[in-house]
Design a protein around this ligand. Structure first.
Ligand SMILES: Cc1ncc(COP(=O)(O)O)c(C=O)c1O
Length: 404
């Protein structure tokens, strides 16, 4: 194996597979073996794509939208994205300041490669989405992790970031609502972070893929809308995946300063060329068509959030705050540490996730995947029936499968 490994580049040997995908595929394997697994691991909507969007895609195929398109995206789709940023986010981008890509993930990859050189640093507040670290490393830069405390409900502030800025810092990442905590960054803090970025001459990468999944009447604020200087320093990353239940379509987009967007487009020209033409037509319908499905999905997630958090908190040893947004409940499991089960002692969140999977047949992602030991992430984009069944199973496993 060591011989084979030497064939591969240092860049690829230096990255790990996505830990969330590893958990999901283990759960899928157990399922194929006939075990009834309830998965709270996969971070995706459980809804189908709204029918008007799917029908537009069918129409696109029939009408011949089947050829290469412009690499940055079809002109009318870029216009629709620019309109969306104006209408929903209060950011005025021209079509040449936006681009379409294969999901938010590819946008992020192109972005880090476009703005970072080897030796640069990117400040990543933690807990954080799993791909930031590896994507930054692939650009030759180094992630610098800035822990955000649960004492502030994981809501990031300027003083979480400032101590980690050095002359090598190229950018800071914001992700609000956050995966995995669901925390939202408040407007006053966004203003302070925008001022910090301007003072220190760094980019802000803002990942807003969960912007529409906000609860308790919260309103999303985009940092690029907070003034011309903030806009000049910011690249706003977004995607159809979570808002429109379109994870499989692989379609995302970004708005930002023209020099950065044009660098990303040049790179995309060699990485993938254009994004699937049919998916682009679907995005056009998603952005310009009726939005009632988005509100209906959000209301449903809100109900399931309340149910899931209540069920988690009813289990001794587990503790969970109500997330502000997204569809993740990030539960503190340290109350179980030190207890013994048939395979040993629960010493960390990885052990705890393994215990839940093997004893309760419930899949979750350990917090370590998001750079925070002591927690596990539960996805509440699941039916109420499965939320109740899954947490009842964990409750029984904790009650009968653990000893002091
Ligand atoms: C915070 C965050 N950013 C980006 C993405 C990428 O989403 P996609 O590539 O499906 O648009 C995800 C997906 O889970 C995410 O949670």
């Amino acid at each position: 194996m060591a011989l084979m490994e030497t064939r591969l580049s240092k860049a690829v040997l230096g990255i790990n597979p996505s830990p969330t995908e590893a958990t999901s595929s283990l759960a899928n394997r157990m399922r194929r073996d006939g075990i009834d697994i309830i998965s709270f691991a996969q971070g995706e909507p459980d809804f189908d794509t709204p029918p008007d969007i799917s029908l537009e895609a069918v129409r696109a195929v029939v009408e011949g939208y089947t050829r290469y398109t412009d690499v940055p995206g079809m002109r009318d789709v870029r216009e629709a994205v620019a309109e969306k940023f104006g209408r929903e986010n209060g950011i005025r981008y021209t079509p040449s300041e936006v681009m379409i890509s294969n999901g938010g993930k590819q946008i992020l990859y192109l972005l880090f490669r476009t703005i970072c050189d080897p030796g640069d640093e990117v400040v990543v507040p933690t807990p954080c989405y799993v791909s930031y670290e590896e994507q930054i490393r692939l650009s030759g830069a180094s992630p610098v992790f800035a822990p955000v405390s649960e004492d502030r409900s994981f809501r990031i502030a300027r003083d979480d970031i400032e101590p980690f800025i050095t002359p090598r810092t190229k950018a800071v990442i914001l992700n609000s609502p956050n995966n995995p905590t669901g925390a939202v960054c408040e407007e006053g803090n966004l203003r302070a972070i925008a001022a910090l970025a301007a003072e220190r001459g760094i980019f802000i990468v803002t990942d807003e893929v969960y912007e529409h999944l906000l609860y308790d009447r919260r309103k999303h604020v985009s940092i690029a809308a907070l003034g011309e200087e903030a806009k000049r320093n910011t690249v706003t990353v977004n995607s159809a995946s979570k808002t429109y239940a379109m994870t499989g379509w692989r379609i995302g987009y970004a708005g930002g300063p023209e020099d950065v967007i044009s660098g990303m487009i040049t790179l995309q020209g060699h990485v993938s060329g254009n994004v699937c033409s049919v998916a682009q037509r679907a995005l056009l319908q998603a952005l310009r068509g009726p939005q009632d499905a988005v509100a209906a999905m959000r209301d449903s997630y809100a109900r399931r959030r309340d149910l899931m958090v209540e069920k988690i908190n009813s289990i001794p040893g587990l503790r969970c705050r109500k997330p502000d947004g997204a569809f993740y409940a990030f539960a503190d499991v340290t109350g179980l540490f030190g207890k013994r089960w048939r395979e040993g002692i629960l010493e960390n969140d990885l052990d705890t996730a393994a215990f839940f999977l093997k004893e309760a047949h419930v899949a979750v992602v350990p917090g370590t995947a998001f750079r925070r030991n002591g927690y596990v992430r539960f996805v509440f984009a699941n039916s109420e029936e499965d939320i109740v069944r899954g947490l009842d199973r964990i409750g029984s496993a904790v009650a009968s499968g653990l000893k002091d």
